[in-house]
Design a protein around this ligand. Structure first.
Ligand SMILES: NC(=O)C1=CN([C@@H]2O[C@H](COP(=O)(O)OP(=O)(O)OC[C@H]3O[C@@H](n4cnc5c(N)ncnc54)[C@H](OP(=O)(O)O)[C@@H]3O)[C@@H](O)[C@H]2O)[C@@H](O)CC1
Ligand SMILES: [K+]
Length: 513
């Protein structure tokens, strides 16, 4: 599903109005009717007080239409207009008149006015700012937002939590509404998925307002939200007359004394993802544990007991997963340099191999094009330098990925894959997956899909989806705390099977609780 920027959303709006021959206030009516239906379905006429806080733009206009519809259906409403500008939008004014025609007189709040009383049993509708916010709110507006946040009432935000910019980081957390629920129009917004801005939307859901499909299909989006629909179309079914050679040979290179388990997890995940053959390249000390714990994998040992000292093998792998548990010993650094200087096979690079590369940036040029880098935040920082906010992080990582022609994975609650200037935002996974070895499993899974002939980008995005889905299925059985990396591997098969189950509504909404 496409994630559009603010300018593109306005374009979608314009195209809809032109192509469907409707007026802008008819589109607003449509949007707000969806808001009303959502609330009415849940409230069923309950006598709860609904306090609507509306701005003076179209987000506020949505709030006014919603107020009118709620009042028509007998709900108890209090409408407040946060009067932050004289520059009121046309559709706001139109709907203000329509509300007054129904004898509803909003309470206008200006800079010096007393703030309305809010009880914790009330419902707050936040329609102060939408995607039109273009500067930090004034101090007195911030005070109103703080008042809403401190009220303990349930907050429902229209389109986005007021005070967030759509395309850049906010300056002051106090001026952002903390929404229990966001009802966003048709398209997900990037801010729902970034750690700094995602915290303001406890749950979000999309309301289809019938925006022009021709425009939506044609528009070039910088970010894409990845759910089941997106990955399912890439799935490669198994052929009847295929054999293990059809599904590639993955080589997992890594391990050091005390960290053989990382290679074990990656190799196991790689096999469970469908790689035809898996060979592990590890220091000698790992030979027996690997062969015992994972009989399906083949093992090549380094000549050194406790670390990788020379990367040499006589097999021809399809793809190589490199770096898990490998350590940063000088001998290993040298081995890595020698290996990279001649290797032409696509790589999936993780963990200490990334840290070594961060210290020896000259290695970057030796990595085959479209290889995959899977850093966690600290590893990413070592690679690209620090950032001031999530948006700068994305821009820096994107520039880095373009410069070296690599695929960069930014791991997080919503892992984002960057390739050729575009970002793919994952929707699966849960906090239980923040556990030792989870990253090793992901590296094995990406490697396993590349081995089977998926191109590196699809393999990465698909593996991240499956990895998160495995974790989501596993957590239903064991809970967040007891979820281990091995458990994630156990559910990879279920995650594949789950691809063919009917799409769930939960793909379109999120609960970050
Ligand atoms: N296609 C869709 O998705 C549909 C979208 N719809 C709805 O429209 C919403 C966008 O509406 P919007 O463009 O009128 O902007 P909104 O956020 O209401 O802001 C109002 C104005 O405030 C101003 N302003 C900015 N920052 C400020 C500040 N700090 N302090 C004071 N003033 C500030 C700025 O005007 P300026 O002062 O710059 O001239 C801005 O224009 C969208 O979120 C959705 O709810 C639906 O109705 C239909 C379909
Ligand atoms: K809002």
């Amino acid at each position: 599903m496409k994630i559009l920027n603010a300018q593109q959303i306005y374009e979608a709006d314009k195209n809809t109005i032109a192509n469907q021959q409707i007026t802008s206030d008819e589109l607003m009516e449509r949007a707000a009717t969806q808001l009303f239906n959502w609330m009415h379905l849940r409230l069923q006429g309950a006598p709860v007080k609904i306090q609507l806080f509306c701005g003076i733009g179209n987000n506020g206009g949505d709030g006014l239409v919603l107020a009118r519809q709620l009042q028509k259906h007998g709900y108890l409403i209090n409408v407040h207009v946060v009067n932050y500008s004289e520059n009121r939008s046309h559709d706001f004014l139109l709907n203000l008149d329509r509300l007054k025609e129904r004898k509803v007189w909003p309470n206008f709040i200006g800079p010096k006015d007393e703030l309305p009383k809010i009880d914790k049993e009330d419902i707050i509708v936040d329609a102060i700012f939408g995607i039109g916010l273009n500067r930090a709110p004034d101090d007195w507006v911030t005070e109103i937002i703080k008042h809403l946040n401190n009220s303990k009432a349930f907050v429902l935000s229209v389109d986005i939590p007021s005070g967030l910019f759509v395309d850049k980081a906010p300056e002051n957390g106090d001026s952002i509404v903390r929404a229990n629920q966001v009802l966003s129009f048709q398209l997900p917004k990037l801010i729902f998925f970034l750690p700094q801005t995602g915290i303001y939307s406890n749950q979000w859901e999309l309301l289809d307002i019938g925006l022009d499909q021709v425009y939506l299909n044609a528009v070039e989006n910088e970010y894409e939200l990845i759910g089941k629909n997106e990955v399912l179309q890439w799935y490669k079914p198994r052929e009847k007359f295929s054999h293990k050679g059809t599904y590639g040979h993955s080589l997992i290179i890594g391990g050091s004394y005390g960290k053989i388990g990382a290679v074990l997890l990656a190799s196991d995940a790689c096999l469970n993802t469908g790689s035809g053959l898996v060979t592990a390249y590890i220091p000698t000390c790992g030979y027996i544990p690997m062969q015992t714990a994972l009989p399906e994998a083949m093992v090549i040992t380094d000549s050194t007991e406790k670390m990788v000292s020379k990367i040499q093998f006589d097999i021809i792998p399809t793809v190589i997963g490199l770096g898990i548990g490998i350590g940063q010993n000088e001998v290993t650094v040298k081995a890595l340099k020698e290996f990279l200087s001649t290797n032409k096979i696509p790589l999936v690079i993780d963990a200490d191999a990334l840290n070594i590369i961060s210290k020896h940036k000259e290695f970057l040029k030796m990595i085959p094009a479209k290889s995959v880098l899977t850093p966690h935040p600290r590893e990413l920082e070592r690679l690209i330098g620090s950032w001031k906010d999530d948006f700068e992080k994305l821009e820096k990582a994107k520039a880095f990925s373009i410069k070296f022609n690599l695929i960069v994975v930014i791991k997080g609650a919503h892992t984002i894959t960057l390739c050729d200037g575009k970002g793919y935002v994952n929707t699966t996974g849960n906090p239980g997956m923040a556990t030792a070895g989870s990253g090793d499993v992901l590296t094995g899974m990406i490697t396993g899909l590349i081995a089977q002939g998926y191109d590196s980008l699809r393999a990465t995005v698909f593996a991240i989806y499956l990895h998160g889905r495995s974790g989501d299925l596993a957590v239903e059985k064991c809970g967040y705390q007891a979820l281990t990396a091995s458990e994630i591997i156990d559910f990879i098969g279920d995650a594949f099977l789950d691809l063919f189950k009917v799409q769930e509504v939960s793909d379109l909404k999120e609960d970050t609780e």
